[in-house]
Write a protein that binds this ligand. Structure first.
Ligand code: LAC
Ligand code: ZN
Length: 471
């Protein structure tokens, strides 16, 4: 260990190497508090070359390396391996360049998502990626997980916004393609292999992100809807009526809406009365305020007039907009009464969604008749989140609930992970969404790129193997 410590100090300097007892909780415990570990060292490099040096030292000794960012993984994807190296890129947090002509920005992986969003906005452009943990998630983390969030409907996932990438591979080499070209078919596009690989194929150190013109108008509304079929129809109608401006269609099932509006602050009254099966938070963005607002209102009026939408409230100010979004995002208060709980991030085709929900519900209540179950999520992307509380939680209960939910996912050929990744908690069910051939291909890629298995050891395929490769 002493030998490892001095080798690491030789790369990043002794003051950037921290031994076990000096490592703060935020590097080794994630925000769910379900996952914790005891890394041997925390190192904080300042450059890509230093990251490469650290990885080289680790590779020579076969010591696992895990990049630690905002620790906002929901699937146990980011806690370091016990006895390994926790690699924090927090000192690599520069916005290197904003190019208003190419409409790109080049940023270090350690930047917080929110800071990057703000910098883009300051330059009159939009980084469309947006999610609840914007204030703690890092660029490296959102690239590693191919994060989705609230605006996938219009602008896609992280993958669709990463134009160039620089990464350190498991042998300590730096591969760099910090290009600003949207089109580049000169051979394999390796960056897409790293995006969403959850830190198992390389360490992302820098990226070129695609920006969009900054919308100057934003329309937000909450709609009450009675049936799922109407929800799907309304989504299609809104996309059409907004000519491609619809950026969010967040659907909340009645239980979710009820809980989230129960413990609201006095200045945040419940925006629409209870009693509808669905509540949809819809948002559009554009660049011509007057006509955008008129278009939005006309579309909603038509849907109300036809009886598709039962009730609607349109935000009249930024404050009202924030209050509407809080109904969807301010989870801490809203779901307090359901704790302890298990959460899910699944996807399926929109047409299968009602059948899935019914099946998942009946699977769960067959085992736990008094379970509290609630669904919500990015329905516009076919991505649902589910929360299930049965009054207690342990490994056996989690496994039982996972089986109930993923059984229904499998029945509709859905995915056990839409946007959060595999990490450790989803690993036992990987084969419920992937064929044996796909899993074999993934293992081939992992072996080729990280033969010593040092990068984020214990996650994804490792965790699947540790669970006995079930399925
Ligand atoms: C959300 C997170 C859980 O959409 O993905 O709220
Ligand atoms: Zn989500």
């Amino acid at each position: 260990l002493e030998n490892l410590a001095s080798a690491l100090a030789g790369v990043v300097g002794g003051d950037q190497v921290f031994a076990e007892a000096e490592i703060g909780d935020r590097y080794r415990i994630d925000f769910t508090r379900k996952y914790a570990s005891r890394p041997a060292f925390l190192v904080r490099p300042a450059t890509a070359e230093e990251v490469a040096g650290v990885v080289k030292v680790a590779a020579e000794r076969g010591v696992p390396v895990t990049v630690v960012g905002g620790q906002t993984s929901t699937v146990g994807g980011a806690v370091p391996a016990d006895g390994g190296i926790a690699l924090s890129l927090e000192r690599m947090n520069r916005i290197m360049e904003i190019d208003p002509v190419s409409m790109t920005m080049t940023v270090d992986a350690g930047c917080l998502l929110q800071n990057v969003q703000d910098a883009a906005e300051g330059a009159g452009m939009l980084l469309p990626l947006d999610l609840g943990s914007r204030g703690s998630a890092t660029i490296g983390g959102v690239i590693g997980t191919n994060a989705g969030g609230n605006r996938v409907l219009r602008w896609g996932m992280t993958r669709d916004m990463v134009i160039g990438l620089e990464a350190v591979l498991a042998d300590g080499s730096i591969v760099s393609s910090l290009t600003k070209m949207l089109k580049d078919n000169a051979g394999y596009n390796w960056k897409h292999l790293l995006i969403g690989s959850e830190g198992t194929l390389g360490v992302v150190v820098r990226a070129v992100l695609r920006l969009r013109p900054l919308p100057t108008s934003r329309q937000t509304a909450l709609l009450a809807i009675n049936t799922f079929e109407e929800c799907a129809l309304i989504l299609r109608r809104l996309e059409q009526a907004m000519s491609g401006r619809l950026s969010s269609f967040e659907l909340m099932w009645e239980e979710f809406y009820t809980r989230m509006t129960e413990g609201q602050l006095p200045d945040r009254p419940r925006p629409l009365p209870l009693g509808h099966a669905y509540y949809a938070l819809v948002e559009a963005m554009g660049c011509d305020r007057e006509s955008d607002e008129a278009q939005f209102e006309r579309a909603l009026e038509e849907l109300l007039g036809e009886g598709l939408v039962q009730n609607a409230v349109i935000a009249q100010s930024d404050r009202e907009r924030e209050a509407l979004w809080a109904v969807r995002e301010d989870m801490m208060r809203g779901i307090e009464t359901m704790r302890p709980l298990a959460g899910y991030d699944i996807s399926m085709s929109l047409s299968d969604m009602p059948a899935f929900v019914e099946m998942a519900r009946s699977n769960i209540t067959a085992v736990y008749p008094h379970a509290k179950i609630t669904f919500y999520g990015h329905a516009g992307d076919g991505n649902l989140h589910a929360l299930v509380g049965v009054g207690a939680i342990d490994a056996q209960i989690v496994h039982q609930l996972d089986t109930c939910v993923f059984d229904a996912v499998r029945a509709v050929n859905g995915s056990i992970s839409a946007e959060h990744g595999i990490g450790t908690s989803r690993a036992p069910f990987m084969s419920w969404s992937r064929t044996p051939e796909e899993l074999r291909l993934m293992q081939l890629l992992k072996n080729a790129l990280d033969p010593g298995n040092i990068l984020n050891r214990g996650k994804m395929l490792d965790a699947w193997a540790a669970a006995g490769k079930p399925g």
